[in-house]
Write a protein that binds this ligand. Structure first.
Ligand code: BG6
Length: 488
């Protein structure tokens, strides 16, 4: 077991993520007795506040975001008393010296740094920390996505941080890996005998991954415009899901074995050129429409000007290796979709030979389908053929029925944790298994860059879709051309 960090220095502490996710996660960890006894959070942001004022703000966030049933004023006070606030600007050595002063005497008890700031501040912040003597051989650093906006810029960030920290001390956050449901994919594949023998091109026809969101861009347009769905969702969350679905069995559940297998998948993704991008990808942007019965504005209207940023993307990806040769992976994600849900569909091939006669009574066999719903409710559904009750005078009548496992119900009574609880605890305890390694993030960008270059080469503009729909009609054509359809 590595040393626990008993100090967390959090940059971006006044930001949205800290308020909604990070402090509530720390609260929950504290309530479960999982934080070190002498734990201290040094919260830091650019604006000035005193400790008391900031503690009050954190208390407000806890009240708002952890839910009434869990909020307890005494517990909240116990957490906020462990938080001090220090205003710093990256590059301001005096302010960093003052911050180091507040950590004085605790350096040997392990420091974890969390960068929840714009990526442009990652390197300058790390350099300032080192200048203030806060980076030693035991300091860990966590970084939120995005790591760069393409391969070249991600290499720059990785080089700058890598100059100060060893790779095993760098924790690149992809919050999807903190989700119980995503980790459960590993349990499903490698904790059961049932699926693995069939998990390959011999038995699987295609795979679908859908991450749909009903939200638009309210308040986030300045970050999102020019970034788009491909960089915001596919480059990280969706490729992590894909790599877990497609990886070879790791020898053990540890950071090296798991990440070695994931990176092999990411490196096997077939790059796209202009011609392929035109055929195998769809870019969309929502216009005005209705979501959940509510009239919403279009993206350009929210932004206040026309834009070519995609709020929806659909892709047909190929993994060029032995296991997945010829199996398409269809990915789609978008804002202002009809429902918020994340789902994986594994479409098996038809049986080799049907013994059941097709007749006017019986429609024949449907190939098996495995549907793994990640959110909002966690649910695994296997569609199998069953005989309809009856005397079968016209031949056996078959129907597709679902074998359903609701994991939410199976583990009823167990609190569903915030993804960041797991990630913060792993950071403090030094386990990088559920964080993204440098070679993974760079392989992800390499593939994404090929698509963006393909879009540019082909001059692909966004196609409009009315909010409340599953993207432009070309997204439907993308899969239906192959004789399949999106699962809805
Ligand atoms: C973030 C993206 O990484 O993930 C957001 O930047 C997106 O645009 C969010 O809304 C989705 O996360 P979740 O956990 O709500 O599925």
């Amino acid at each position: 077991m590595t040393e626990r960090s008993s100090t967390l220095i959090l940059f971006g502490a006044t930001g949205d993520l800290a308020g909604r996710m990070l402090f509530p996660s720390l609260y929950n960890l504290q309530e479960d007795g999982l934080l070190p006894d002498d734990f201290l959070v040094v919260a830091s942001g650019r604006s000035h506040r005193d400790d008391g004022g900031f503690r009050q703000e954190v208390d407000d966030c806890l009240r708002n975001f952890i839910g009434e049933d869990r909020y307890n004023a005494d517990s909240a006070r116990r957490l906020t008393e462990r938080i001090i606030y220090c205003a710093v600007e990256a590059g301001n050595s005096e302010q960093f010296a003052a911050l180091a002063e507040r950590v004085r005497g605790r350096e040997d008890k392990g420091i974890a740094v969390y960068l929840s700031t714009p990526p442009s501040l990652f390197a300058p912040t790390a350099v300032s920390l080192a200048g203030a003597g806060l980076v030693n051989g035991t300091t860990r650093i966590a970084m939120e996505k995005p790591i760069g906006h393409d391969l070249a810029s991600s290499i720059e960030v990785n080089d700058a941080i890598g100059a100060l920290f060893d790779e095993e001390r760098i924790f690149r956050v992809d919050h999807y890996l903190g989700k119980e449901t995503v980790q459960n994919l590993i349990a499903l594949r490698f904790g059961n005998m049932l699926f693995e023998p069939l998990w390959n091109a011999n038995h699987i026809d295609h795979v679908q991954i859908t991450v749909g969101e009903t939200v638009g861009l309210e308040g986030r347009v300045s970050y999102y415009d020019g970034v788009g769905a491909l960089r915001d969702m596919v480059q990280n969350h969706m490729l992590q899901i894909l790599s877990i679905i497609a990886m070879e069995p790791p020898a053990r559940f540890d950071s090296t074995a798991v990440r070695d297998e994931k990176v092999k998948v990411l490196r096997s993704l077939r790059p796209m050129d202009g011609e392929q991008a035109k055929t195998f990808s769809v870019r969309g942007q929502y216009s005005a429409g209705a979501v959940n019965g509510e009239i919403v504005r279009g993206y350009a209207d929210e932004l206040g000007k026309p834009s070519d940023t995609e709020t929806f993307v659909a892709l047909k990806a190929h993994i060029d290796n032995w296991r997945w040769s010829g199996v398409p992976f269809y990915l789609r994600t978008g804002k202002r979709m009809p429902t918020r849900h994340s789902e994986i569909l594994i479409q098996f091939k038809p049986v080799a030979h049907s013994i059941f006669r097709r007749s006017r009574f019986s429609s024949g066999l449907e190939p098996n389908t495995l549907i793994i719903r990640l959110q909002p409710q966690e649910n695994i559904r296997l569609l199998v053929m069953a005989k309809e009750p009856g005397l079968d005078r016209g031949g056996v009548k078959l129907r597709e029925v679902g074998l359903d496992v609701s994991l939410t119900a199976a583990f009823e009574g167990q609190r569903r944790r915030i993804a960041y609880e797991r990630l913060l605890l792993d950071l403090l305890e030094g386990d990088p298994t559920l964080f993204v390694r440098r070679d993974e993030v760079e392989a992800q960008w390499q593939w994404i860059d090929s698509i963006i270059a393909g879009w540019q080469e082909a001059g692909m503009k966004v196609a409009s879709y009315a909010a409340g729909n599953w993207g432009p009609s070309s997204a439907i054509a993308l899969i239906e051309r192959d004789g399949a359809s999106w699962y809805e």
